[in-house]
Design a protein around this ligand. Structure first.
Ligand code: KIV
Length: 273
């Protein structure tokens, strides 16, 4: 480890201890070079199952497999020196039983070397959070809008429009925290609900489209880099990757078509004999 990378590695425990303190900076990452660029700026790098949509072009996260999560988790681990790497457990890998959840979560931890897993934690999943945590796997919870529930919800819908729904999200959050979640993503709620959850749970909350009332924030990195024409309404673009890629590709294509690339500088000259 170089002097530059000797900064202390974040852990689930160090992230947990940030409750109510300096806001947690979190972003998603899916590959090694991007993880390396993001790592100095982030407390947490999440290998989110959003990779199904933003990397693999799927219509939702439901089709993402455990193998895909492990492969991308391994890549991100190669680029991350100091941020805590958290890997999502995909749809179908943790819901049926706590034992199956442990078998799959332990595979993720052993095969990637990541520091924690995340599950979309409806109230039913609290016992899974406890089961994994007690057996040595730190769990980040995820409440509010749960993208893996898109099929039953009829799409990606913000949560908390009715009193009943607000009570359910709060219940999910409290159950996950009491079961031992070291941190919790709150997605797609209004500020009032995010603030109430943040006040009531002992672990840090990390908001996405859930206001500044949370203990930290996360965004899907290609969204915040400006890679797509469409992003959810709450996403601020901090870059214009789409234009950077389009302009570079156009310039390259023009040079190739005009026989200006490769020039002398880009051509190998091999010494023969
Ligand atoms: O999969 C993902 O990227 C996530 C974030 C939206 C929090 O779960």
């Amino acid at each position: 480890m170089s002097a530059q990378t000797a900064a202390k590695k974040a852990t689930a425990a160090s992230v947990r201890s940030r409750k109510g303190g300096e806001p947690l900076v979190c972003l998603t990452a899916y590959d090694a070079p991007t993880a390396k660029l993001l790592d100095p700026h982030c407390d947490v790098l999440l290998v989110g199952d959003s990779l199904g949509m933003v990397v693999h072009g799927m219509p939702s996260t439901v089709g993402v497999s455990l193998e895909m999560m492990i492969l991308h988790g391994q890549a991100v681990m190669r680029g991350a020196d100091r941020a805590l790497v958290v890997v999502d457990l995909p749809f179908g890998s943790y819901e049926a039983s706590r034992e199956e959840a442990f078998a799959n979560a332990s595979r993720v931890v052993q095969e990637t070397g990541c520091g924690a897993v995340k599950i979309e934690s409806g109230t039913y999943a609290a016992e899974t959070v406890r089961f994994l945590t007690e057996r040595g796997i730190p769990v980040m919870a995820h409440v509010g809008l749960r993208p893996q529930a898109a099929l039953v919800d009829g799409g990606f819908k913000a949560k908390g429009r009715t009193e009943e729904e607000r009570a359910r999200v709060l219940e999910e959050a409290e159950a996950s925290a009491e079961a031992g979640a070291f941190a919790m993503v709150i997605e797609g709620t209004d500020e009032e609900l995010a603030a109430e959850i943040t006040r009531k749970v002992a672990c840090p909350t990390i908001g996405i489209g859930a206001s500044a009332a949370c203990d930290g924030q996360i965004l899907v990195t290609p969204d915040m880099l400006g890679l797509f024409d469409w992003t959810p309404k709450f996403v601020r673009r901090y870059g214009d990757m789409k234009s950077v890629i389009e302009e570079a590709a156009e310039k390259y294509a023009e040079e190739v078509r005009g026989r200006r690339f490769p020039g002398e500088a880009e051509t190998y000259r091999l010494r023969k004999g």
